[in-house]
Design a protein around this ligand. Structure first.
Ligand SMILES: *Cc1c(COP(=O)(O)O)cnc(C)c1O
Length: 410
């Protein structure tokens, strides 16, 4: 079929035929489906097949594909030019929307990806504290910048070991990796490194080892220890911002970080990232302060327009209740079906994001997530695909529901 031909051709020019590794279906087997267009809750491939889309472009598409209001606003904007390299009103409008939604953000800087947002937030935290060490949690993903591409070794707190060749150990040696939802490990890391820790970066609801919720007290503890030891707390809300609530996970748990990273939904389907937080910290960014970070297409007016329109829609309607109901109904159906089939699953869900793990024990961190039977997941994925339902082509990812999904889709 056409997807196979296109994939073969793509591999002649692109490494592995893709621009982001997980798109290649390597972990679930088979060859990727080439998409021609998206409409509402549906993906249409190059062979004329239609799928109900629970991938949602990995998170941004909370309104579904090609929302008429977003399309119209973007069309109107792009006719007047697509990039100026000079300030536009759209950036201020967008910044205002973000600061109003998340009161912990007093100043915000736009970049072009979540990777840039996390990388820059770390640079700023180090500059502000004059310290170097960064604590991250195993299974949390903060983009592919060198220093954050570290994972846990076996056992307790480890010095960061690079997860990729090409990342010198020296560049991850200041990254300390500890298990998620583990208060003893957090306590210990501050005992061991006390005044060397510049920041703790965390996904307040994890989405990148599959969905894993913070256990009671976990975020509270990180907040209080960072305050006690003078380290900054960075919430990576690239997935959860405007997804689990309009104000992000921080508004759900009522715990406020010093800096927040955003991406995905804030771009309305275009490449946008953002980081922001306390005014006194953000004022260290150039041109106000000495910390350098820049971007040719940062705050791109077309992307800002898509973001403004998306956030405006999310703000206007009672969308989060609706998303939660849809999501709860879908998840209930999946659990019932698994029960009938006598299949052990764990279904972790936070609002409209969820993951099906094929394992008996509750999934609370990276170690328990990796107990999931990924071969069963691969079978599940392909069976669903053949039935016209598109789930993430990898186990350790979140599936997403959008406002465009109808009761019939669910
Ligand atoms: C997707 C993601 C990133 C990276 O964003 P990109 O736009 O892919 O660079 C960072 N942090 C989290 C939590 C993410 O889910």
């Amino acid at each position: 079929n056409r997807s196979k031909q296109l994939f073969e051709e793509a591999q002649r020019y692109l490494p592995g035929g893709v621009d982001s590794p997980v798109r290649a279906f390597k972990v679930v087997g088979g060859t990727p489906i080439f998409i021609r267009r998206g409409q509402g809750p549906s993906l249409h491939d190059e062979d004329g097949n239609e799928f109900i889309d629970y991938l949602g472009s990995w998170g941004p598409l909370i309104l579904g594909h090609a929302h008429p209001r977003v399309v119209k606003a973007v069309q109107k904007m792009v006719e007047g030019g697509s990039s100026f390299g000079a300030p536009t009103e759209m950036e201020t409008t967008m910044a205002k929307l973000i600061c109003e939604a998340m009161p912990s953000i007093e100043l915000v800087r736009f970049v072009s990806s979540g990777t840039e947002a996390a990388m820059s937030a770390i640079r700023l935290a180090r500059a502000f504290t004059g310290r170097n060490k960064v604590v991250k949690f195993a299974g949390c993903y903060h983009g592919h910048s060198d220093g954050l591409l570290a994972k846990a070794g076996p056992g307790m707190a480890t010095l960061g070991i690079p997860s990729s060749p090409g990342v010198p150990a020296a560049l991850t040696s200041d990254t300390l990796v500890i298990p998620y939802n583990n208060p003893e490990a957090v306590e210990q890391i501050f005992k061991d490194f006390a005044s060397d820790v510049a920041a703790v970066i965390v996904e307040p609801i994890a989405g990148n080892m599959g969905v894993v919720l913070p256990q009671h007290g976990f975020l509270e503890q990180i907040r209080s220890l960072t305050l006690r030891y003078g380290a900054l707390l960075i919430f990576d809300e690239v997935i959860t911002g405007f997804r689990v609530a309009y104000g992000g996970a921080q508004s759900l748990y009522n715990i406020y970080p010093d800096l927040t990273c955003l991406g995905k939904i804030v771009g309305g389907g275009f490449p946008v990232g953002a980081y922001g937080g306390r005014r006194d910290i953000m004022e260290m960014m150039a041109p106000l302060g000495p910390v350098y970070q820049a971007g040719t297409l940062a705050g791109n007016p077309v992307a800002m327009t898509a973001g403004i329109e998306t956030l405006s829609i999310l703000k206007e309607l009672k969308v989060y209740e609706e998303l939660d109901q849809k999501s709860s109904r879908l998840v209930k159906g999946i659990v019932e079906a698994a029960c009938k089939a006598r299949r052990d699953i764990q279904l972790n869900r936070a609002g409209s994001m969820f993951t099906i793990f094929f394992t008996k024990e509750p999934v609370t961190d990276y170690a328990t997530a990796t107990k999931s039977d990924t071969e069963v997941y691969a079978k599940f994925f392909h069976k669903m695909l053949s039935l016209g339902v598109y789930f993430p082509p990898a186990q350790f990812e979140a599936a997403f529901i959008s406002l465009a999904h109808t009761d019939k889709d669910i």
